[in-house]
Every structure is written in C-alpha cells, then in structure tokens.
Design a protein around this ligand. Structure first.
Ligand code: ZN
Ligand code: ZN
Length: 368
C-alpha cells in the first residue's frame, strides 16, 4: 500500500470499513469498495457538473486576484454597498440619499479591481450637462426651464462590473432554410365578378446542417450592482473600455466606490449565458442561408479570465414643484438620463391637435 499522505480526493474516496479505494461502479450512482463491497452513493455535489468544473476554477481565479479589506457602508433602503474615500461628516446613500451612519461601517474583503475607468470630468461639468439637458427636454413645463435648478448632493460613483474573456469552441446541428417562391393562383372578386389571379408565395427549403464554431469572446460586461431600486439607466451604460487604466486606489479619492453585490460566481453564470447567445449567433452565421434552426449546440469555454472593473457615473437629484427627480451622467462620455416632470397641458394640446388633424383627413376623404 502507498504510505504517502493521500490527496484530498483519494482520502475522500477511501472505504470507511477497510480503507481500500472506492471506485465508481459503471452504470450506477455509487462508488464501491472492491475489497469488502461497501457502497456509497455519490452526493449531488460530486455529480453536479458546475460544482466540479466551475468551483475549483473560480477559486483559482479568486486566488490570482488580490483581495483587500475595505470599509463598507450598507444602505438598508436600496441595498447598495458603498465605500467613501473622503472623510465626510455626514453620509448619504449615493443612490437613494438615505442617511448612512459612519459608525455602521464594517471591514469586508474586496477583490481588488483589475482596472478602472477614471472620471473624465468634474461634478461642476456634470451640472452644466444637466442644465443643457433640462432646457432641451420635450413636453417639460416652461417653469422647469426657467427655474434655477440646483442639483443637490451630486456624487461621483464608481460602479462595479465584472468582465469575462474566454475562448469559445462549439459544435452545432441544425437546419439551413433557403427561400424559394412558387406561383399560386387564387380567385378574387372584382366589381362583382370572380376573376383568377396569381401571386408569389415564399416557401422555405430546409436542409440538414452541422459544423463547428470557434472564437474569442472578449470583454463580456456584467453589472455587479444588484439593488432593490434606483438602477442606473441602461442609456448611460456605454463606456469605451479601451480607456481602462490599471487600478490604483488613488483614482477613488474623493469619490464613492460601490462594492459588487453580484458575486463572481453569479457574474460568471451570467456571462456564460451571454456566451451561449454569442455561440448561437455564430452557428447561425456558419449555417448560412436565409433562415436557420439550431437543434443542438454544445459549447465549451476555456482560458477563461475575469476582471473586476470600476466605471464612473455621476448621480444627482433636483427638486421641482417639491418633488424629487434623479439623474445620472456617464462619467466618461457625458451622456445623461434621468427622471423628469412632464407638462400635462403640452401633451394634452398635442394629442388634441393630432385628433383634429385625423378627423379633418377622414371628413375630407369621405367627401371625395
Ligand atoms: Zn471496504
Ligand atoms: Zn440607498
């Protein structure tokens, strides 16, 4: 017998009765001792593909990236975790303005960002962007444009994202559809008489298709911020990632940094879903023809790497007619989106005008 200290997996697969090696019994879900016939059912964690493949891999990735302790404040209202570099006396949640208690801060492990997109302009410029946006809004009350709106509590926030890179290889089976046209005759009534006419009808000829796909999936971006409310609008979430810089905590000074609430594991699952969509697109392209069906697609990702990155957003709010509105500015491109008031009367008169025009057209058409 081998007297060396067994490896973890060997140790786990040794017989409780005699210490001999347990081996998988083909065609069953048990491991069996070849000496005393003791059997053990394989537990779900040993059969689950993801547990065996994904976990060790993610652990490896986690170990390669550096973790550090960071002091976090958790907002009970919206669920955001945030770290503030400045020594503010009073703190408010960057998303929902709820007061945060400095004494509640706790230290937490944080996978250090691999890269950061530093803010490209200051918060004063974000206000200038806001003013321009407000005056250009359609169907906004005239009072809004005249009001000297003062955005309050503007904060620059670094929003957490995961990005994943991977080599994708796959095999597919499906069908290629090519359109062809047949001439069909049909009967129709013209001025009370039945006449026969012809028309072109599109048909699809399906042929079997199979093949392999291969390529590199680069920078799949997954938002790592999961909150109960106040999500950043999609419209402003396009960043040019070519401007990413190597991470330095100096970039965070004076800004708020949000800690990921979506775990690396779940981020990886989401990116795998995206990779499946990409694979399906590649398979369709490979099949060719006018239309495609995919009956089977086996995809494997390898050489997977990930990054935790931070991307810049200004978050602010303004008050109009004693109601609060939030707005968000992309800290790189300056693209802005937010909540806004609508003028009831402007919309009312536009709808009225459209109805009058439609009525006029109908009356005119009937007189002809
Ligand atoms: Zn045994
Ligand atoms: Zn909050």
């Amino acid at each position: 017998m081998n007297q060396e200290t067994p490896k973890r997996s060997e140790h786990k697969n040794s017989c409780v009765n005699c210490g001999s090696e347990l081996k998988y019994k083909p065609g069953s879900s048990v491991i069996k001792c070849g000496y005393c016939n003791h059997e053990e059912t394989i537990t779900a964690s040993e059969t689950a593909f993801e547990e065996l493949e994904l976990q060790p891999y993610l652990e490896k990735m986690g170990a390669q990236s550096h973790t550090e302790k960071i002091s976090m404040l958790h907002c009970k209202t919206c669920g955001a975790n945030q770290h503030v570099e400045d020594n503010y006396k009073s703190l408010h949640c960057v998303y929902c303005s709820q007061p945060l208690i400095v004494e509640d801060a706790y230290n937490e492990d944080w996978i250090l960002p691999g890269a950061i997109l530093p803010f490209q302009f200051d918060h004063k410029q974000s206000h200038a962007i806001f003013k321009k946006w407000v005056t250009a809004l359609w169907f906004a009350p005239n009072k809004l444009k005249r009001a000297a709106l003062d955005p309050e509590k503007t904060k620059g926030l670094y929003v957490p994202y995961w990005t994943f890179d991977a080599q994708l290889n796959g095999e597919y089976e499906g069908q290629r559809g090519d359109y062809y046209y047949v001439t069909e005759s049909y009967n129709t009534t013209v001025n009370g008489k039945t006449v026969t006419r012809t028309r072109q009808v599109q048909k699809t000829r399906w042929t079997y298709a199979s093949g392999t796909i291969s390529g590199f999936v680069d920078d799949t971006l997954i938002s790592a911020s999961e909150k109960k409310r106040n999500a950043i609008p999609k419209k402003i979430t396009n960043w040019n990632l070519e401007q990413l810089e190597s991470f330095s905590s100096s970039y965070l000074a004076g800004f708020v940094t949000e800690k990921y609430t979506l775990s690396l594991e779940n981020g990886h699952l989401k990116s795998t879903e995206k990779a499946k969509q990409i694979a399906s697109g590649w398979a369709k392209q490979d099949i060719g023809g006018d239309t495609q069906r995919i009956s089977q697609l086996n995809m494997a990702l390898s050489e997977e790497t990930f990054k935790h990155i931070l991307l810049p957003v200004y978050i602010s709010s303004y008050i109009f007619n004693s109601k609060k509105y939030h707005f968000y500015v992309n800290g790189q491109s300056g693209i802005i989106e937010g909540n806004r008031p609508y003028s009831f009367w402007k919309i009312f008169f536009l709808v009225l005008f459209i109805l009058i025009v439609i009525s006029a057209i109908i009356i005119f058409a009937n007189k002809q």
